[in-house]
Design a protein around this ligand. Structure first.
Ligand SMILES: NC(=O)c1ccc[n+]([C@@H]2O[C@H](COP(=O)([O-])OP(=O)(O)OC[C@H]3O[C@@H](n4cnc5c(N)ncnc54)[C@H](O)[C@@H]3O)[C@@H](O)[C@H]2O)c1
Ligand SMILES: [Zn+2]
Length: 351
């Protein structure tokens, strides 16, 4: 299956195919005529898939950099290690960087490719569900700073994205759940049929037979939204459905309790419940959402009083003047941006 992200001179293809990793070289030759490739990966992913990928790249001189797995790797310190490895391998402006891994490697290697020698070609080979449906498409790259996540970064599009759903077989269950939070989000904001497919299957195991097409649907939605709003000033906001509360929950627990996908799950359900009560969302959506979240091992509440979260939302620098845009559903599959203020989250109940 192929998709083309149409961004004029920044356009690129996305291929989604079981087993594509072993044929990566054939696809790359469409866009890359340079000599050297730097493959950047982590110590979980590389031992599983590094060889498979490299074996298919025998027309090029390949170098590899394998970093520790996990969010702390997305740092300035690691970034300088990446530059050093690239200099040592004498990677030039006509060479290529491949990010083989989850969102951490994709964001870090993407930012390194965006900035090394003012930019070298980048190909994303995302291996986590979250990276396949979300972070590898859209051109956002970043590293974290001690003060917060993603605080230094760049918009930098890859030349190609290669998605192999087969690799998800080794992805730990926790991260499957995490990615499913975003998959369910796509159904909610833009695609009733996708939501219904998820509802019918009732588990990730049963969804496996249709996984490539589910990933295709998600990536296609992200593609459409990104094409309309390359630099994240409007339409992309819809992708933030559930994320206002999610970010607050993640920050409240200092990223140590709920994973991002779990926090998004809670955020989507709770905002839909609040919007239903205000008559801004069709009745029954919150229940429907809860059923699907349950089926994919995701929570819909975290037991915090709304007032604690509201205080945190108010403190968030982005919400100065108390003005706030939230993403709501008219109904499942149809979303909109609703301008409001922090009063929206006033109430006396547990989230
Ligand atoms: N750029 C964007 O638009 C965007 C969007 C969403 C999230 N993100 C970023 O993505 C990051 C999270 O991504 P993530 O959840 O993929 O985290 P991750 O990269 O840490 O991957 C999760 C874990 O799964 C392992 N793993 C990955 N693929 C595997 C496989 N096929 N088999 C076995 N293990 C595998 C990794 O080694 C890691 O331990 C965050 O830093 C977040 O900020 C970026
Ligand atoms: Zn998210």
């Amino acid at each position: 299956m192929k998709l083309q992200v149409d961004l004029k001179e920044n356009s690129y293809p996305i291929y989604i195919e079981n087993g594509i990793l072993e044929h990566a070289g054939g696809y790359l030759s469409q866009i890359f005529t340079g000599r050297k490739i730097m493959v950047i990966s982590d110590d979980h992913v590389y031992p599983l898939y590094g060889k498979k990928l490299i074996n298919s790249l025998d027309s090029w001189e390949c170098h590899t950099l394998v970093l520790p797995h996990g969010e702390p790797t997305k740092s300035f310190q690691t970034l300088s290690e990446v530059y050093s490895a690239m200099l040592e391998a004498r990677i030039s402006r006509s060479d290529l960087v491949i990010a083989l891994g989850g969102g951490v490697i994709g964001d870090l290697a993407g930012f390194a490719a965006a900035t090394y020698l003012r930019g070298v070609k980048l190909v994303q080979v995302p291996t986590s569900l979250l990276a396949q449906v979300d972070s590898s498409v859209g051109g956002k790259t970043a590293v974290d700073l001690p003060q917060g996540k993603n605080l230094a970064g760049a918009f930098y599009h890859p030349k190609m994205v290669l998605i192999d759903p087969d690799v998800l077989q080794t992805l730990p269950e926790r991260f499957i759940h995490d990615g499913m939070g975003e998959v369910i989000k796509y159904g909610c904001i833009k695609d009733r049929a996708l939501f219904d497919t998820l509802k019918e299957h009732r588990s990730f195991d049963s969804l496996k037979e249709e996984l490539a097409s589910v990933i295709f649907r998600c990536v296609d939605i992200k593609r459409i939204v990104v094409e309309k709003d390359q630099f994240d000033t409007g339409e992309r906001m819809l992708l933030n459905f559930g994320h206002t509360l999610a970010h607050t929950i993640e920050q409240f627990y200092r990223y140590s309790r709920e994973s991002h996908g779990e926090a998004v799950a809670i955020g989507m359900y709770q905002i839909t419940k609040i919007a239903e009560e205000k008559g801004l969302t069709a009745p029954g959506c919150a229940d429907s959402l809860k059923e699907v979240l349950d089926a994919y091992g995701l929570p819909h509440q975290c037991g915090l009083p709304l007032s604690s979260l509201t205080a945190a939302i108010t403190l968030d620098k982005k919400n100065l003047n108390s003005h706030l845009n939230v993403v709501l559903l008219h109904t499942v599959g149809d979303s909109y941006v609703y301008p409001t203020d922090t009063e929206f989250f006033k109430g006396d109940f547990l989230v």
